[in-house]
Ligand binder design. Structure first.
Ligand code: F6R
Length: 253
């Protein structure tokens, strides 16, 4: 089953496996950068985008895509982790992508988890996105509970970059990146739902059977803040890229 279908207005691409889905997402990002060399990309961390980033590194090395004009804004960062902490999203992005491509490091932005005044930092992050011209393409992963970035269930649809509490479920899922669950921060800075919906194009990647239920609710359940990813159906240019396992809960009727 390899197909592209429209589900409640969302273009949904189903690939045979995670690698093909990840490569399809890399192609969408590269196409954006080809269309507009000074694109503003919104980027995500987590396990899901790693293969996409690997592919983009290969494409950059072979000359198939040039990031020298690109600006990037990451979705989120843990509160309390500085940009040199091994589990910070800043270090993750440097190691998984930025250090290996020809992007200007000074134009890669990740929220500062150690900002002294978090509210002021969040407001500044929003204004920096606006000054850069807004996000052309926002890459998203999907939480098992339907979160996008760290907008947990119940996050308001008009929310903007702010400090949030992580749910016990998210802390437990992310413990795999830390030595122990006690080290996982309980709070984060995240772009809001409204910040994400302001992006001109949104590409959400979900892979693996563990995401099937969250994918089905996102695409075929009610559009409701209790499942934040369903709010993406209020946007007119969203592409969801799945592998067969993540598509396994869809009725596709
Ligand atoms: C990452 C982020 C999160 C993840 C989500 C899925 O910046 O904001 O919403 O996209 O938790 O994580 P993985 O990919 O690890 O399953």
């Amino acid at each position: 089953m390899i197909q592209t279908v429209q589900i409640n207005g969302i273009e949904t691409i189903v690939k045979a496996d995670g690698e093909q889905a990840s490569h399809a997402v890399a192609d969408l990002i590269a196409a954006q950068v080809h269309r507009k060399a000074d694109s503003v990309l919104g980027l995500a961390t987590g396990g899901t985008p790693v293969q996409t980033y690997r592919r983009l590194i290969e494409m950059n090395r072979s000359g198939a895509v040039d990031f020298s004009g690109v600006t990037s804004f990451n979705l989120d960062e843990y509160i309390g982790l500085g940009g040199d902490h091994p589990q910070s999203f800043r270090v993750f992005m440097n190691e998984q992508l930025f250090d290996h491509i020809n992007i200007d490091p000074a134009r890669t932005f990740v929220p500062d988890g150690c900002a002294a005044d978090v509210a002021a930092h969040c407001a500044k992050y929003e204004s920096m996105i606006e000054s850069a011209g807004g996000i052309d393409l926002q890459l998203l992963g999907l939480g098992h509970n339907g979160h996008i970035a760290f907008n947990e269930p119940g996050s308001p649809r008009d929310s903007r970059t702010r400090q949030v509490d992580l749910t016990p479920e998210t802390i437990e899922k992310n413990a795999r990146f830390f030595d122990s669950i006690d080290e996982v921060p309980c709070h984060a800075i995240t772009m809001g739902i409204a910040t994400i919906l302001d992006a001109r194009q949104i590409v959400l990647l979900a892979t693996g059977a563990g995401k099937a239920d969250a994918v089905a609710k996102m695409l075929e359940g009610p559009v409701d803040e209790s499942h934040p990813a369903s709010l993406l159906r209020n946007h007119d240019h969203v592409t969801v890229v799945l592998d067969q396992d993540a598509a396994g809960g869809l009725r596709l009727d």
